[in-house]
Design a protein around this ligand. Structure first.
Ligand code: CUA
Length: 182
């Protein structure tokens, strides 16, 4: 018993008990470190060069203020109703508004083909995903921001807006509509 050496996590063994990393391992550490720096540099670089930032304007807005803009827009240009959602036909080339809320997109828009609109998107409650089918256009709709996206509808038809961000029990029923006419 008296010869037994006692070790614990806080009393390290004596002497050099480790070996320096071999050259090959050191090379890999250096390569990994350089790669980390490249990826780090990519973040700001991608912001400027990646072409992935939302086009158009983005401003802050409270959900209540955005709702007031949407209400005024509906009041000014409403032409009908589709399953309880107002249908709005704004002047060609104007600023148009769509609000996302649990669990509807409102209003339904009636737009003219080949004319540029600024589509203002925002959410009145939680995050929603604006996904335009079949145009394969995706946009994250976050409360507190008014995203003004410039769009030129280049096809006629009825396009569904599908929510692609899980937003609660009725997420799968959150479908809106944009109608594009000649
Ligand atoms: Cu809105 Cu899912």
């Amino acid at each position: 018993m008296e010869n037994m050496e006692m070790h614990s996590g806080i009393t390290p063994p004596k002497g050099i008990w480790w070996k320096p990393a071999p050259a090959q391992e050191r090379r890999w550490v250096i390569i990994s470190f350089i790669w980390c720096l490249i990826l780090f540099a990519m973040m700001p670089l991608w912001h400027f060069k990646g072409g992935q930032n939302p086009a158009g304007v983005r401003t802050k807005v409270t959900p209540a203020d955005f709702e007031a803009r949407v209400d005024k827009f509906i009041k000014d240009y409403q032409i009908g109703e589709d399953q309880g959602i107002p249908v709005v036909q704004p002047p060609a080339g104007s600023d148009v508004y769509i609000a996302g809320r649990m669990w509807e997109w409102s209003p339904v828009l009636k737009l003219k083909k080949g004319v540029e609109y600024t589509i203002h998107l925002s959410s009145l409650d939680v995050n929603h995903g604006f996904s335009l089918y079949p145009a394969r256009l995706n946009f994250q709709v976050v409360p507190g921001y008014d995203y003004g996206l410039k769009m030129v509808p280049d096809q006629m038809g009825i396009f569904n807006i599908i929510c692609n961000e899980f937003c609660g029990i009725n997420h799968h029923n959150m479908v809106g509509k944009i109608i594009v006419e000649e």
